[in-house]
Design a protein around this ligand. Structure first.
Ligand SMILES: [Zn+2]
Ligand SMILES: [Zn+2]
Length: 773
């Protein structure tokens, strides 16, 4: 009867780069066990032997007390013969075999590091690159696996004796912290002018002085360069817009801490948790001052005008026409130092010109941002993966991910069922992501951007290669959109030796929502977005589908309308007002404002010339936005609908009626009824905020009535909501409320965006489900 035991333990999940080996080491030592631990390509491998009770306690504590940043997916334990280990050691990593280990996302500076940063006695006092096992750069610096220093962009920095001692001391917080460094051996911060010449003085203090003087400073972050100005400085913010060619799309603002953020926006518990969490996304929040309304319009002061004396107000050019503000808190030591020095919030927007991808390589940044930034706060730690900030909109008790990137990618989403063969899904065109699925994991890439840009397309292709290498995936199935012109579709079709699977755009949206929720369907899928390639030669975008992961049936849609002038109608929402109203409401302001081409648009709509038919919900929102004088022309995707939502009076409970006809063929929702009711109210002098409120409620009511009718014909009692239109918090909230009141189970997005950024997950789910049947 032996009381001595030996086990081999294999741990999979996010267990590299998160302090797992030191944790195992100290646990084994505490329990008096011998053996060794090392990283391998699948995770962490442990051989441990000693007294039976100790080994049992070891296995319990391994999962119970695992480090904060780890996420254990699976523990495999095999008993074996004792090998006679003396003591417990950490062995070198084993790079052989299949690469299935996971790379953590980048993580905000932890409290311990912040304490050292502020401590004059600490050797990393005010060192902008301080990090430890619990925080710092990860995904953005990893070039390959296993996740060890030589495979990161920190390989260029040899550790000094002090850092090496900490790195090799299992009792130290920096034990095997791969990016660890200090002022003696690590990256150095520099302030440069646009020609690359180093400016003298303390870079942080000088950068802060420049910001205070109204200058634009490019700041190298974790996943790329940002452009910064002082948030209260209208001249600087306006200059930044001009130089960036970004006319109206809101800028994000970084505040020093939660207290400073609270002076700018309403922050509830959900929002506070997001702002201070380790991912540190941009969080869209209601502003605490009278949100500067769109030019020429007088928005009702729904948000109380509170301008605290302590912090200067946010300049109007920061987020024009928006009642909400995108806020984030510092996530690197560099941010903390800069914000503390400046003592007021800054605009921190992606370092690019208009729709180009964010600059992340130093030379490229100097070239591309040289005409925008007056100075560059930069350093010599390379960024390997370009990664934008994530954007989240908190809802009561829930969140909507609008852009999934830094802090989240590349951590995989768990799938309900393992995929039979590895899948690559190439996504759509705008807000592009790709998805690689293997086993029960779906790796949705970080937000890559709009593929029509050459640089973005290159990022997309390189990103796919990087993920394939990093996670050891060789796709056998490649899924893509049905749109033949999408560059993502073309890229997919150029890959040879694989099976190609085309997935209809709106089916992919609903499948993404199902995969997001781990639900197999079938459901009534409501896919409301801008435009997607339909199977009948028209443009879809207001769809009611019976859908599961393998297939779908189009049960209904918004009534089709012509888009007068085709793509021009996307950029000029007033054309959609003309298409919806025709000659019905003479004397409207929208017709007067666009008098030159109004008759022409009516003619195109009536004859169908250069006017493709669409059932798009996005275009319906556009029509009402222009009708109310909110937005005749747009400068960024979705702007008219976004500003319409911003103008809607959330207290309004009235709802415009829309006919839902079910005579023959698919059910049809008459969106035109909503536009005409809005026009009637406008003519009668009703406040545009009230009209916008009634319109939102009317859309929610129409969706619910359609779903009730479809429940009768299909027996389905669950509804999945997806598509970019459901980024609209007011619409989402009203729709969910009405559907629940009508007895439906409602699925909405949580982990991936409802917009096209989530589409690749849906495509992968469909391709895998079809492969399994
Ligand atoms: Zn730390
Ligand atoms: Zn050092």
């Amino acid at each position: 009867m032996t009381t001595f035991k030996r086990v081999d333990v294999h741990v999979e999940g996010i267990v590299q780069g998160v302090g797992f080996r030191p944790f195992v080491y100290s646990l084994a030592n505490r329990l008096g066990l011998a053996g060794r631990v090392h990283n391998d390509v699948n995770g962490v491998h442990i051989e441990v032997e000693g007294a039976l009770a100790g080994v049992e306690e070891f296995l319990t504590a391994l999962e119970r007390d695992a480090p904060a940043l780890s996420a254990i997916e699976r523990v495999t334990v095999v008993s074996g013969e004792p090998a006679g280990h003396r003591g417990f050691t950490i062995a070198t990593s084993d790079p052989a075999g299949t690469r299935r280990a996971l790379v953590p996302a980048d993580t905000a500076t932890c409290d311990d590091c912040l304490r050292e940063l502020a401590d004059p006695a600490d050797r990393r006092h005010r060192y902008p690159f301080i990090n430890c096992t619990n925080c710092g750069p990860r995904f953005t610096i990893v070039r390959g696996l296993p996740y060890d220093r030589p495979m990161t962009t920190m390989a260029a920095f040899g550790m000094c004796d002090d850092c090496a001692r900490e790195y090799h001391d299992p009792g130290d917080r920096r034990y095997h912290a791969q990016p660890t460094c200090c002022p003696a051996c690590g990256p150095r911060l520099r302030l440069r002018d646009p020609r690359g010449t180093e400016l003298c003085g303390d870079p942080i203090a000088c950068a802060a002085a420049l910001l205070r003087a109204g200058r634009v400073v490019a700041v190298k972050g974790l996943g790329g360069y940002h452009l910064a100005v002082t948030a209260s400085d209208e001249r600087a913010a306006a200059a930044l817009r001009g130089r960036k060619h970004r006319e109206e799309k809101p800028f994000a603002v970084m505040a020093a801490d939660l207290a400073q953020a609270r002076l700018l926006a309403e922050i509830d518990d959900t929002a506070a948790a997001l702002l201070t969490g380790r991912a540190r996304p941009i969080v869209l929040l209601p502003r605490r001052r009278d949100g500067a309304p769109a030019a020429g319009s007088a928005a009702p002061a729904v948000i109380p005008a509170v301008i605290p004396a302590a912090v200067p107000a946010v300049a109007p050019s920061v987020a024009p026409g928006n009642r909400s503000l995108g806020l984030m808190l510092p996530y690197t030591a560099l941010h903390h130092l800069l914000l503390a020095e400046l003592a007021e919030p800054i605009v921190l927007t992606s370092g690019n010109v208009s729709d180009e991808p964010i600059a992340y390589e130093d030379d490229d940044a100097l070239t591309r941002l040289g005409g925008i930034a007056d100075a560059f706060l930069t350093h010599d730690r390379a960024i390997h993966q370009r990664t934008d900030d994530s954007v989240i909109r908190p809802l009561p008790g829930a969140i909507t991910m609008l852009r999934r990137a830094r802090g989240y990618a590349p951590e995989p989403l768990a799938l309900r069922r393992p995929v039979p063969r590895p899948v690559l899904a190439c996504g759509a065109e705008l807000k592009s992501t790709f998805c690689l699925a293997q086993g029960r994991r779906a790796f949705v890439s970080q937000h890559i951007g709009d593929l029509e840009n050459h640089d973005t397309l290159r990022s997309f292709a390189e990103g796919i290669d990087h993920y394939c290498r990093l996670f050891g995936i060789r796709p056998e199935i490649v899924a893509h959109d049905l749109h033949p012109g999408y560059l993502s579709t073309r890229h997919a079709l150029e890959i040879t030796g694989v099976e190609h699977v085309g997935v209809q755009h709106h089916h992919a949206h609903i499948a993404a929502c199902l995969a997001d929720n781990g639900d197999p369907g079938p459901v009534i899928g409501v896919a409301f977005d801008g435009l997607g390639h339909g199977t009948d030669g028209t443009l879809w975008g207001g769809e009611f589908l019976r859908a599961d992961l393998t297939g779908y049936e189009r049960l209904g849609h918004l009534a089709q309308v012509p888009m007068p002038g085709g793509a021009a109608a996307i950029r000029q929402p007033w054309r959609m007002t003309a298409a919806y109203l025709r000659d019905d409401h003479p004397g409207l302001d929208v017709a007067r404002r666009n008098a030159e081409r109004w008759a022409d648009a009516l003619h195109l709509a009536a004859t169908g010339l250069d006017s493709p038919l669409t059932s798009s919900a996005g275009r319906l929102f556009d029509a009402v936005s222009a009708l109310l004088g909110i937005r005749d022309k747009i400068t960024y995707d979705g702007q008219a609908a976004i500003e319409l939502e911003q103008r809607a009076d959330p207290a309004e409970t009235g709802a415009y009626p829309a006919a839902v006809t079910t005579t023959s063929g698919p059910l049809v929702v008459e969106g035109g009824d909503l536009v005409r009711a809005a026009a009637d109210d406008l003519t009668a002098g009703t406040d545009p905020g009230v009209i916008a409120g009634r319109f939102h409620n009317g859309v929610a009511a129409a969706i619910t009535r359609a779903c009730v009718a479809l429940r009768k014909s299909t027996g389905l009692t669950a509804v999945a909501l997806s598509g970019g239109v459901f980024q609209n918090a007011l619409l989402l909230d009203r729709t969910v409320q009405r559907l629940r009141a009508a007895g439906f189970r409602v699925l909405k997005h949580v982990r991936v965006p409802p917009n096209d950024g989530g589409l690749s997950l849906g495509q992968a789910a469909v391709a895998a489900a079809r492969d399994a049947t």
